[in-house]
Design a protein. Structure first.
Length: 93
């Protein structure tokens, strides 16, 4: 029997430990989502962006996966290569 992803997610997130881990990773996945949107907005493939940044396509894939937390320097290079403006915003919890 196959369980649809959304139902599985709801079931897993009902566990407080799983929910805590999920929430702890949220900022990393937010960064990844922003990077992906910036690249798509610029109309670039991962390879094209990598060439502009002087890195590899696999590095761009890792950044967009959310499994790598980029440095500020990398974020600035990414923004420049995609024609984006880099901003940091902290808000009250």
């Amino acid at each position: 029997m196959t369980i649809p992803f959304e139902k599985l997610k709801i079931r897993l997130l009902a566990n407080p430990k799983v929910m805590a881990e999920y929430e702890a990773l949220a900022p990393e996945f937010e960064i990844a989502a922003e990077l992906l949107k910036a690249r798509q907005r610029a109309g670039l493939s991962q390879s094209e962006l990598a060439a502009r940044m002087g890195t590899s396509q696999s590095t761009i894939a890792r950044l967009e996966s959310g499994h790598t937390l980029p440095s500020t320097k990398t974020l600035l290079r990414f923004a420049k290569a995609t024609g984006s403006k880099f901003r940091i915003r902290l808000s009250a919890a």
